[in-house]
Design a protein around this ligand. Structure first.
Ligand code: KG4
Ligand code: ZN
Length: 343
């Protein structure tokens, strides 16, 4: 005995997710209801639509996760919810569901930071890691670098001052008229393009900065397609696939270059031995390879731990897994818990 089984719930953006995980590692079920189709025609996540879809999906998704794991309420030791950061009216749906279950079942409630959970995905299969670690979360809403002393002890070193990395992928995909969501579309097309075709700017924000800025890069892509004064015609319709692929590959290379160089800079700063990488953009194969190459060349070499691809984008396994460590540390929430857009 002594096992801890957690029901994790995630509703911070456009994915309604629930998972049952035992002892932080044994994934018993993982259910994700994606709303991609609902938001496609808007080219981005519409909060009001996301919230309503969460309300529709939340109980079926939880029921499915429990059924797939073959557990009932008596097998659940705690309910974990990502309550920050995210879209408040999306978060509130999961927070209310988790509080209700915790109250009705008489089980402890655990509050989880969504970004910290993304990093937990990189630790799912690890017994122990060499510390300190530099941790990079690259998602649709955030680009954040942390000094990681333990899965529960993260200090923010830097973050984006404008667009997040995933947001840049999504916006550039819209400029290039590629299918939503943009990240996977750009990665796919970039494979056939020349990453050196166009030298897009790499914004490093000064010698010592660990912050990020991607809006200038997005604007550079826009100028490339419309002319410097933005008065020129939108050339994208006239471009052949080869030219669009070159833009996609060159843009992707610029983003990855900045992400890798900043991670290297942070690693040097804190004397890191390990790099953790998580979040939706971490599903990008070219980023994974570039980060791996940097870690291999680094002196002393760094160990790279990346989230498995299916746990890079939003899911509830990462929530239930991190909750295990919080329970072990006695860090429980109560029924006054509220969602928070920041975090
Ligand atoms: O972590 P996530 O699922 O949601 C947030 O917490 O934001 O990340 C979604 C973001 C989107 O911007 C999406 O375009 C991006 O991750 N993304 C990718 C890839 N797959 C998803 N970006 C680049 N390459 C990919 N393969
Ligand atoms: Zn996320």
């Amino acid at each position: 005995e002594g096992h801890i089984t957690v029901l994790g719930i995630e509703t911070s953006c456009d994915e309604t997710a629930a998972a049952v995980v035992t002892d932080g590692r044994q994934v018993r079920s993982s259910v994700v209801a994606s709303q991609t189709e609902l938001h496609r025609k808007y080219g981005g996540v519409v909060p009001e639509i996301a919230s309503r879809a969460h309300i529709e999906n939340i109980y079926p998704v939880i029921a499915e996760a429990m059924s797939q794991a073959e557990v009932g309420k008596d097998d659940i030791d705690a309910v974990a919810i990502a309550n920050q950061p995210g879209l408040t009216i999306a978060l509130v749906v999961g927070v209310t569901a988790a509080k209700t279950l915790s109250f009705m079942w008489g089980k402890p409630l655990v509050a989880i930071n969504h970004l910290h959970a993304h990093l937990q995905s990189a630790l799912l299969n690890e017994e122990r890691i060499d510390l300190p670690a530099v941790a990079l979360v690259v998602s649709g809403g955030h680009t954040s670098l942390y000094d990681c002393e333990s899965p529960l002890d993260l200090t923010l070193l830097g973050s984006t001052i404008d667009d997040a990395a995933g947001e840049a992928f999504d916006k550039v995909a819209t400029i290039l008229k590629l299918p939503y969501p943009g990240g996977p579309s750009i990665e796919k097309l970039a494979r056939t393009g020349d990453a050196k075709a166009i030298r897009f700017p790499r914004s490093m924000l000064g010698r010592d900065s660990l912050d990020f800025s991607f809006s200038g890069l997005k604007t550079a892509v826009l100028y490339h397609c419309r002319g410097q004064d933005m008065k020129g015609a939108d050339r994208v319709d006239e471009m052949d696939e080869r030219e669009i692929a070159d833009i996609a590959a060159s843009f992707q290379a610029a983003v990855i270059d900045v992400l890798v160089r900043k991670t290297k800079r942070a690693a040097g700063r804190i004397g890191a031995r390990t790099v953790l990488l998580g979040g939706g953009v971490a599903a990008n194969g070219t980023l994974r390879e570039a980060m791996e190459a940097m870690c291999r060349r680094h002196r002393p070499p760094l160990r790279l731990l990346v989230a498995p691809k299916q746990y890079c984008t939003d899911n509830a396994v990462m929530v239930a897994s991190l909750a295990y460590h919080k329970i072990k540390a006695g860090l429980l929430a109560d029924l006054t818990l509220e969602p928070s857009s920041t975090g």
